[in-house]
Design a protein around this ligand. Structure first.
Ligand code: PMP
Length: 420
């Protein structure tokens, strides 16, 4: 039972009169109806005066913590000269240079606003480059909410994720099990209409499932063998699992990669990056557009965020913090008779109830009790730990000893209540 917070309840009831379900993104429909008035570092503060250690981080963008002064000061200062010109401006080159230098492998970048749209740009580019129409994806990944990518699995088969979705959207892709290189080999051998393979290098959107040893390298090899464009969807992994993202951490170069979330200190910026050969197709016939692409505040946010990450890389601290937190969650669960499990990487991992054995694909998640965890996430909110109901925990550069201590104390109280 969630605690009723009076002022949040009043906001929530008004919100339902203003926007469907009281939320501006369907992903938030199942979250506790709590209204926040402020975020600072690793903390959120609600309208009823309660504080929360935050592991949702706005679904990942607040990798430097909430309201990072260096980023927000730069955005405010640069916005004084205007925000969007529909024409070139002086921060674009600096943002582009810093971005490409940080990513390491790519030669060109196009900034966007959301991961959803940059994923679409990547798929279109792959179709244009190959003259083929379809793509391969993996069950359980998320590449945005549009008709050709939104998907759920029903009885082991891909199905539209939404009412009103064009039915042929799903038919544009071949859907395979994550970590199954043999299935990819067979699919690429059988079909000659495949333009791209798109993959979340770590399947964070369902279970935070890491790639099996050698899986991404094998995907790379098979794409090369069949002239297929390899797209890494690094919207979650980019700048988070390593400064150079999953490409750096796993030592595999894609042809194209999509970035978002961690790249801009909480501001709405995405990017598509890749080889000059592919990306320059946008300068000749392949359309990609956006009124707000590469705006002044977006470039300022990218520059300040990437400088912060390069000058003081948080990755070792994140590894230590996250590893300790994952261990403690499981231990505290055990103390209270709760079969909690955690898997993923220390900077972003998945918590649920069930068998601790690692899950390696979407079908494996069926053995876990995800609904029980979703309910437990509300208990955690009652005790001042803010997490996503679907199990993913994000750690930021602002999480430190004080936050860890507060989290463990609060987590133990929630576990005691849930285990009682
Ligand atoms: N790709 C991945 C891997 C994501 O996790 C997300 C968002 N969670 C997206 C694409 C879509 O990004 P956005 O919500 O910015 O459109």
């Amino acid at each position: 039972m969630s605690t009723v917070l009076e002022r949040s309840a009043a906001f929530a009831s008004r919100a339902r009169e203003l926007t469907p379900g009281g939320v501006h993104s369907n992903v938030r429909l199942s979250a506790p109806s709590i209204f926040f008035e402020r975020g600072e570092g690793a903390w959120l503060y609600d309208v009823d005066g309660r504080d929360y250690v935050d592991y949702l981080l706005g679904q990942g963008p607040n990798f430097l913590g909430h309201a990072p002064a260096r980023v927000n000061d730069a955005v405010a200062a640069e916005a004084r000269r205007g925000s969007v010109f529909g024409a070139n401006h002086v921060l674009e080159n600096e943002a582009g240079e810093l971005f490409l230098d940080t990513v390491g492998w790519a030669e060109r970048v196009r900034f966007g606003v959301t991961g959803t749209e940059s994923d679409q740009a990547a798929l279109r580019l792959a179709r244009a480059a190959t003259g083929r129409t379809k793509f391969v994806r993996f069950a359980g990944t998320y590449h945005g909410w549009l008709d050709n990518v939104l998907m759920t699995m029903v009885d082991g088969k891909p199905a539209p994720g939404s009412a009103g979705q064009l039915p042929h959207g799903i038919a544009e892709s071949y859907v395979l099990a994550f970590n199954d290189a043999a299935a990819l080999e067979a699919t690429l051998a059988e079909h000659d209409d495949i333009a791209a393979v798109i993959v979340e290098p770590v399947m964070f959107n369902n279970g935070a499932i890491p790639p099996a040893e050698g899986f991404l390298a094998e995907v790379r090899r098979l794409c090369d063998a069949h002239g297929v464009v390899l797209i890494f969807d690094e919207v979650i992994t980019g700048f988070r699992v390593a400064l150079g993202g999953a490409a750096e951490r796993f030592g595999v170069r894609p042809d194209l990669a999509v970035y978002g979330k961690a790249m801009a200190g909480g501001w709405p910026v995405s990017a598509l990056a890749g080889s000059a050969e592919l990306m320059d197709l946008f300068a000749g016939g392949v359309v990609h557009a956006g009124t707000f692409n590469g705006s002044v505040p977006a470039c300022a946010a990218v520059i300040a965020s990437l400088r912060a990450l390069r000058e003081d890389p948080p990755y070792e601290r994140l590894e230590a913090y996250g590893a300790s937190l994952m261990r403690s969650i499981v231990e505290i669960g055990g103390d209270h008779g709760l079969p909690l499990r955690a898997q993923g990487l220390p900077m972003a991992f998945h918590v649920s109830f069930g068998d601790p054995a690692p899950v390696r694909d979407y079908a494996g998640l069926a053995g876990l009790d995800l609904d029980r965890y979703a309910a437990f996430s509300h208990t955690l909110a009652d005790h001042g730990v803010w997490v996503a109901g679907r199990g993913i925990w994000y750690v930021s550069a602002a999480h430190a000893d004080k936050e860890l201590a507060a989290t463990l104390e609060r987590f133990a109280a929630a576990a005691a209540q849930a285990g009682a």
